[in-house]
Design a binder for this molecule. Structure first.
Ligand code: ATR
Length: 292
């Protein structure tokens, strides 16, 4: 299906990479637009990943998306780093510019906002963020860009939440740190609740759902978990008549600017990306890394 010899080639790098949804999504967009392009999965073993990513300009690829566990490495090997990637401290997109330099960007924050805006959510007031890992960092960068004023950080490990609170303050937000037991109180009057923990995901433990009645009327609840698509948190939000935003929206939202960066075209609306990904069970066969 994919060949780096095609006119435009890009892909996703990770370890493992077999279960990435990106080839399914980009492949469907390429097919719908009838582009002479390929989007492959490349498995980069951690010991070799740095050298392999540094060889990107010689690979013939236009760029790659970067997934776990290489997002920080991708930032460190780049010649040019976007302000967003710098803030987040990780890159999920590497491209090669006309001078053969590697440019690192992060589209997770834009992907998050894309989902929020599409659902009519409001990020300008107070937001509650559950979790303090890599995904939570991208959410903070996004909320700062969207004009959020106050963020309440809830996390099991207080030190990680404090580090994120410092980031939020550097970006001009008022920030406070709360224990998981204080999650319901932290929701008081907030217009947005985001789950950026892995809790609620298939195979992980359940998320203890805060008292959603404490949120402001019409608030939005955004769950970054996308397996299952309808999490217990989103079910509870819908049950209260709140806006429920699915993790798939962020996944699709981060892929859109990547597709534009690789192939110079907007992803076609004709592809129902949500239904496609909801039913996808990818088992990508990793392609050989095309360094020349
Ligand atoms: P990601 O890149 O997806 O953000 P991560 O950096 O590993 O992944 O972050 C996972 C988040 O889920 C963290 O906030 C983590 O809490 P800690 O900072 O305390 O580790 C949270 N998380 C994962 N498992 C959890 C659990 N069993 N109970 C509470 N929080 C959990």
């Amino acid at each position: 299906m994919t060949s780096p010899e095609a006119k435009m080639a890009a892909g996703v790098v990770g370890w493992p990479v077999a279960h990435s949804l990106s080839p399914t999504l980009h492949g469907a967009w390429i097919a719908a637009l009838k582009l002479d392009a390929t989007y492959s999965a490349f498995a980069l073993p951690p010991d070799d990943a740095g050298a392999m990513l540094r060889s990107l300009p010689a690979s013939g690829l236009r760029g790659v998306n970067v997934t776990v566990p290489h997002k920080e490495l991708a930032l460190s090997i780049a010649d040019i780093v976007s302000p967003t990637a710098e803030r987040i401290g990780a890159a999920n997109l590497l491209t090669v510019d006309a001078s053969g330099r590697i440019v690192a960007d992060n589209t997770d924050a834009r992907g998050f906002l894309d989902g929020l805006v599409r659902a009519g959510g409001d990020a300008t007031g107070t937001a509650v963020l559950l979790g303090a890992g890599g995904a939570a960092r991208a959410v903070i960068a996004a909320l700062a860009d969207a004009g959020c004023r106050e963020i309440r950080l809830v996390n099991r490990t207080a030190d990680k939440a404090k580090a994120l609170a410092r980031l939020a303050e550097e970006l001009g937000l008022k920030a406070s740190v709360h224990e998981p037991a204080g999650a319901s109180a932290a929701c008081a009057g907030a217009r947005l609740l985001v789950n950026a923990t892995s809790l609620g995901m298939k195979g992980a433990g359940p998320l203890e759902i805060p008292d959603l009645s404490r949120l402001a009327p019409g608030a939005a609840v955004y769950d970054l978990v996308y397996v299952p698509r309808e999490t217990q948190l989103l079910k509870a939000a819908r049950g209260r008549g709140l806006k429920a935003i699915e993790g798939l929206d962020m996944l699709i939202g981060q892929a859109r600017p990547s597709f534009r960066a690789f192939f110079g075209a907007d992803p076609p609306d004709a592809v129902d990306a949500r239904s496609l990904l909801e039913n996808a069970r990818p088992a990508n066969t990793p392609a050989p890394w095309p360094a020349r």
